[in-house]
Ligand binder design. Structure first.
Ligand SMILES: Nc1nc2c(ncn2[C@@H]2O[C@H](COP(=O)(O)OP(=O)(O)O)[C@@H](O)[C@H]2O)c(=O)[nH]1
Ligand SMILES: [Mg+2]
Length: 257
């Protein structure tokens, strides 16, 4: 059986890293499939039964591919695994989204269209929060955004953390294979800063983000202490990279390119 969805793209795919995502994962994948073909899910060593559930969905749907990693490697590493496979099949761009229902699948066609219009750019979702968003996450984001904007000399990053984005695959693989970081929650902000350094321009589009209560099926693996330490270390190394690149960034800024 083939799920009703638009004709398969040969250049752009939706890539969903997934780690113990909770019950929303099936709806999330179905919603993505309703908007796009193909959709790939990288099951990142999940210990719930989502690998089997997703593989059963894929058996009924040619447009869905499920890649199962035997051990948990982290969000960035799971994305990179998918990027390498996608590049080997000739894909040029990837839309990343989370597996837990927080991201707006209905915007996939708009984001892909923005990427087609400017293929050299990256298309960044800028989160539009509802009133129920946790204050701590909303404020923490402001800190990360301030750092990311400084580190790129205000190259136009609308949001440093939101994972609903379209990336050109080749520069992102180059950035990630060039160093050992960006494998966990440091993926999204470091990707956007390093891509800017490479000269990949950001295009910002608003995107609603949902926060579900645990009784609604909301699951987060963000650990405030562990992951804020990880992000602090990340911004420290990015700041050093910024200082080293400052002359280049200033020249670019003066030239306006
Ligand atoms: N936390 C975490 N998320 C992962 C991992 N591998 C893949 N992911 C996916 O990354 C996305 C974001 O994770 P989540 O826990 O929802 O973070 P939050 O939305 O920032 O609270 C989800 O789609 C996860 O399933 C991992 O090792 N750890
Ligand atoms: Mg989440």
């Amino acid at each position: 059986m083939t799920v009703s969805a638009p004709g398969a793209s040969r250049t752009r795919l939706v890539l969903i890293p997934s780690y113990n995502p909770g019950p929303k994962v099936y709806d999330t994948v179905r919603s993505a499939r309703a908007q796009w073909t193909p959709v790939w899910v990288v099951v990142d060593g999940s210990t719930d039964d989502s690998a089997a559930g997703l593989q059963a969905m894929a058996a009924q749907d040619d447009g869905l591919r499920v890649i199962v990693l035997p051990h948990n490697v982290g969000k960035g590493a799971a994305v990179l695994h998918g990027l390498d496979l996608a590049a080997a099949q000739g894909f040029t761009h990837v839309l990343t989204m989370d597996s837990d229902g927080q991201h707006p699948a209905q915007l996939i066609p708009d984001f892909m269209a923005a990427s087609s219009a400017q293929p050299a750019a990256m298309v960044l979702g800028v989160p539009v929060f509802a009133a129920d968003a946790p204050r701590l996450r909303v404020n923490g984001r402001k800190v990360s955004n301030a750092w990311a904007n400084l580190e790129t000399l205000w190259a136009g990053i609308g949001d440093s953390l939101f994972g609903f984005r379209v990336y050109p695959i080749e520069p992102l693989r180059r950035v990630m294979h060039g160093q050992r970081w960006m494998r966990r929650f440091d993926f999204d902000p470091e990707a956007v800063v390093r891509m800017c350094w490479l000269g990949v321009k950001p295009v910002n589009l608003p995107a609603s983000v949902k926060y579900f209560r645990p009784d609604e099926g909301g699951v987060s693996h963000f650990n405030y202490l562990r992951d804020n330490l990880l992000l602090t270390w990340m911004h420290s190394r990015l700041f050093l990279g910024f200082v080293l690149r400052l002359p280049l960034l200033l020249v670019r800024r003066v030239r306006g390119d």
